[in-house]
Design a protein around this ligand. Structure first.
Ligand SMILES: Nc1ncnc2c1ncn2[C@@H]1O[C@H](COP(=O)(O)OP(=O)(O)OP(=O)(O)O)[C@@H](O)[C@H]1O
Length: 545
């Protein structure tokens, strides 16, 4: 979605929330720090006047030393506060993103590119540091310091205030405005392309085996290089604008400093200002550009940050497919029923007028042609999607009225792919049941016929999955997935091709375990294999809608 820069900036500022007091403190310390720095050359000027007049200059020297010391302390405190805010906010934003992903998962995430999401969570969020640590307070500091300096110049002569105002406005306002206008679209497209390259890179790493096997690795690499070239072009444009901005701001600083000196000299010659004012005015002008230089550098530096902000807001504004029910009914999950359901992902229906009563204490086996909607039926029973017409009932209550957490607690699903986390085998199984004892975990693993294999690993249940690399076979991973389902104690088990990677011996042991566990549970087993389905208590043949 396209947003104006103002919309992106105000949404990003919205995250500051309760930390606004720290931002205000950082701004005040920044203003005081810059004023201390501006005072040093002006005091130096006064010091020279005192020396020339043979008056005591030591108090001025000590004030300069004090200003220099305070400049260091205040600058440190300002930067520390800004970075404290930035890193706190980045952590908060990551939390917001994960909560959003949880709300969007799994329906919306099925269609999202993983590499793109990784870019968003990592580099895009990192880039926001520029905004929180180097944008909000520098903008306010530049405004306040410039205002103080304009008023100071005004106390000498109104035309000096006007000239100072034009100088600050040009370097800190007009210049970054025009520079950012020309780089903003490049900045957005730069972030989009970065994410796209990450996505292609991840895809390449995942699919490297297929690419090598079919001799397509070089073609894939060329494609990537092509995309990287386009990306580098955008980066070059941004960097060139940055360089241009830097040289223009330096040239403007010199121009306005000389102009200020010439103008105050003319005012002095014509008796409009004192000799003291002639000294202060140019010194004040030359030493007060620091805050507006920071602003003019922002003009181009902010472009990729705004691009990152826009991508973040896109994700946060995305609507979940199903609303989470926070305070709903918590049934005992004894009866599941599908009543006259129509459902499709797009225009075509996958399920049409589909009805089914699923009894408890029995294993229901489902078979059907590939793409007929077996997994879709399971997703609807887990409320990953909502039906378009008809009802899904749990103990006679519409599934949309049931508390989502209760649904997740009582249902467990084993799919063809089991994801393993970077942790021990034990933790990879036990996370489904809080406080599960080792005996319970081992019992679940015995049911899934994976216990003996785990004991054969170097550190048994404490073996780290990452140490095994990708050496676990599909069948071993699948049995770990089944062990999770047995341990979870869920009353409803959805098993989607749970034996697709298993040999007949493992299949037989697991089917027996499933049959032994069916008492008091509702179990749906989806499979293409006749051997898996032959002992099911009930069978359903699904056809295409
Ligand atoms: N998230 C999705 N968005 C769009 N279409 C989808 C989505 N998920 C599945 N489909 C489509 O819906 C149809 C049914 O898919 P589903 O996975 O339920 O079939 P299935 O019977 O389980 O197939 P298989 O036996 O091959 O696993 C297919 O045509 C599939 O391409």
């Amino acid at each position: 979605m396209k947003r104006s820069n103002f919309q992106i900036l105000s949404s990003l500022i919205g995250f500051v929330g309760d930390m606004k007091w720290i931002v205000i403190m950082a701004i005040l310390m920044g203003v005081a720090g810059f004023m201390a720095a501006i005072l040093i050359p002006i005091l130096g000027g006064y010091g020279i006047l005192k020396i020339l007049a043979n008056e005591s200059w030591q108090p001025i020297l000590w004030t300069m030393v004090f200003c220099a010391f305070m400049r260091g302390v205040l600058r440190y405190a300002e930067q520390a506060s800004n970075h404290y805010i930035a890193f706190k906010l980045l952590a908060h934003i990551r939390d917001v993103i994960f909560r959003k992903l949880r709300a969007l998962a799994p329906a919306k995430l099925e269609t999202k590119e993983k590499g793109n999401l990784i870019s968003l969570i990592t580099s895009d969020v990192e880039l926001l540091e520029v905004f929180y640590a180097h944008t909000i307070s520098p903008v306010c500091i530049a405004f306040l310091v410039s205002l103080i300096c304009v008023l100071w110049q005004g106390s000498l002569h109104f035309s000096l205030a006007l000239l100072a105002l034009i100088a600050y406005g040009t370097i800190g306002g007009l210049l970054p405005y025009f520079l950012s206008k020309s780089t903003m679209s490049a900045g957005r497209s730069y972030r989009e392309k970065s994410a796209m390259i990450n996505a292609r890179m991840l895809e390449g790493v995942r699919g490297i085996q297929d690419l090598l096997q079919f001799g397509s690795a070089d073609v894939y690499k060329e494609g990537l290089i092509d995309k990287t070239r386009g990306h580098a072009k955008e980066e070059k444009k941004i960097k060139q604008q940055m360089g241009l901005g830097l040289s223009m701001s330096n040239a403007l600083i010199l121009f306005f400093s000389v102009l200020m000196f010439l103008w105050s000299y003319w005012l002095y010659q014509n008796g409009f200002i004192s000799y003291e004012a002639l000294l202060i005015s140019p010194l004040l002008q030359i030493s007060s550009f620091g805050p507006v230089i920071a602003l003019s550098n922002l003009g181009t530096g902010l472009a990729p940050t705004l691009g990152a902000g826009n991508r973040l807001l896109d994700l946060l504004e995305e609507e979940a497919v199903v609303e989470e029910v926070k305070t709903g009914t918590k049934p005992s999950f004894d009866r599941l029923e599908v009543d006259g359901v129509d459902f499709g992902y797009g225009e075509d229906l996958v399920l049409q007028d589909f009805s089914l009563k699923i009894p408890q204490g029995k294993v229901l086996g489902i078979r059907g042609a590939s793409g007929c909607g077996k997994s879709t039926l399971l997703k609807l029973l887990m409320r990953f999607w909502d039906v378009e017409r008809g009802k899904i009932l749990v103990d006679g209550k519409k599934i949309q009225t049931i508390q989502t957490s209760a649904l997740r607690d009582h249902q467990s699903c084993v799919s063809q792919e089991t994801h393993l986390f970077h942790d021990t085998i034990e933790k990879n199984i036990s996370f489904v049941k809080e406080g599960a004892s080792l005996e319970e975990i081992e019992e679940a693993c015995r049911k899934a016929n994976i216990h003996d294999f785990i004991l054969s690993l170097p550190q048994g249940y404490s073996t780290l999955v990452q140490e095994l690399g990708s050496s676990l076979s599909g069948g071993e991973k699948q049995r770990i997935g089944l062990a999770r389902a047995f341990l979870s104690g869920a009353k409803v088990l959805f098993l989607d091709e749970p034996t697709s990677n298993l040999d007949s011996l493992n299949e037989a042991i697991i089917l027996k375990s499933i049959d032994d566990s069916k008492h008091g549970k509702t179990i749906i087993l989806v499979s293409h294999r006749e051997s898996t389905l032959q002992n099911c208590d009930l069978r359903l043949e699904m056809g295409k809608a």
